[in-house]
Every structure is written in C-alpha cells, then in structure tokens.
Design a protein around this ligand. Sequence first.
Ligand code: SAM
Length: 258
Amino acid sequence: MEQELQLVADFDFDMIVDFFSRLNRQGPGSQQVTRQALSFIGELSDNAKIADIGCGSGGQTITLAENTKGQITAIDLFPKMITLLKERAICHGLSDRISGIAVSMENLPFEPGELDLIWAEGSIYNIGFERGLREWKQFLKPGGMIAVSEVSWLTDTRPDEIEQFWNFNYAEIDTISNKIKKMEETGYTPVAHFILPEYCWLDCFYKPMQENIPLFLEKYKNSTPAQQLVQRELDEIDYYRKYKSYYGYVFYIGMKNK
Ligand code: SAM
C-alpha cells in the first residue's frame, strides 16, 4: 500500500460526522464486549453516577444502561451524536436514565469526586490515553472505576508500514504492558484487560461502514472530498486485514487509588 496517509481530522467535520453517524457504532466493539468489561465493575447502586465519554451515537450507552443501575451522562463533542443517542435512549425506554451533553472531553461538566464509573469506548485517544486518565481521575470517587478501550500493539515489534501508519494516526499507541504501566503511573490499580475479538472490527464496525458507503457517496454526488474520506476508511480496513495480528483494541479496566 503506497497511498498518502491522511488524518480523519483533515476532512470537513460535518462530513465526518455524517459518515460515522450513519453507523450503530463509531468504533470497534460489541454489546458482548461491553458486558464483558462491565463484569469487572462491582455492583453499582441506583444512585450511581456514570459518565460515557465520547459516546458517539450511543452504541455502548444502551448496553451500559441495560446492565447497570444509576444515571448515565453521555458526552460527545458533536451535537448530532447526542441527538442520535437521545433518540436511541427513547426507543429503548431508557431516557429517564440516560442524559446526553454535547461538550468536549477536555472540559467535562462534572464535580470533583462525583462519578462512580467512567466509560470510554474507542474515544480516549481524542484527548490521549495518559492525559485522559490523569485529567478524568479528579471526577471519580476514591475507589471509582474506569473502563476504556484503546488501540494497542499486540507484539513487541511490527513491520515498518503499520508502525508508520499508527505513529502518524495516533503516536500514543503502545504495547499492552506499557498502557497498564501508564494506568498505574496515573493513579489507578489495573483490574483487568482483554483484547477485543476480530468480529468487533470486521462485523460490528467495518462491515456496516462499507455497506453505507454507496449512500454516502450518492448524497455527496461523488465529490472529491467524499471519495477521499471513503478511500481513507477503506485503506484503514485493508491495514487491519493485513496487520491485525500486530494491533488491536484492548479494554483496560482500573480502579482509582484510594
Ligand atoms: N464510543 C463510541 C463507539 O464506540 O461507538 C464512539 C467511538 S468514536 C471512535 C469516538 C467518538 O469520540 C466520536 O463519537 C467523536 O465524536 C467523539 N469525540 C471526538 N473528539 C471528542 C472530544 N474532544 N470530546 C468528546 N467527544 C469527542
């Protein structure tokens, strides 16, 4: 693959949001994996406060609500995502337990020590793994839990091509052991971690994305930016198919130190 690399953020934001908001989820994951990660979180009370940061259109938010007690505040930078999330909460009869706020994860609207659980599936990379862990910790109660999924190297060495791709897209990508070390350094006790299975990428994320491409291109009349965005995503899928033994998403679950 010799194509020129482009960051997704290089594209028009409205177009990016339109491309991804057509999907049930905006990153690799599944209901089963969300439940698996939740199995490491202790029992939450009816009064528990949960934040779902970078919630997208709410793929995991509904699963969280269905498998926990308490109130969930879902956060996303883009109002369109929050609108979709709210519609979904209503459809599932969960709007009394899920509220949504369009705000940046860099400026969270919580009080210090307010939260029992912070959830962030495929989104902490937007602020950066280390910075997110460090800054969000203030909002957790002592002993509060955090669960984030994050792209990680699965091997100690890898081919140059995939190393360059990820260093360009997300230079903070690192091995699982280094990510766990970062959790410890930022004030958490690692509780569990696991690698997301391939179907979370291929079946739950990339397949629906590919199915939506014709409608997306039709809407934008095959404009050059739309085609470039699509090509960027197709290239990412090719990279995954070729190099999936070297990287993957990993769920990291930790407890804020008391
Ligand atoms: N959690 C969802 C999922 O797994 O389907 C979405 C994951 S998607 C890869 C990352 C999400 O983070 C997007 O919905 C995006 O709009 C949101 N996002 C990006 N930058 C953000 C920021 N600064 N603050 C809050 N959300 C942000």
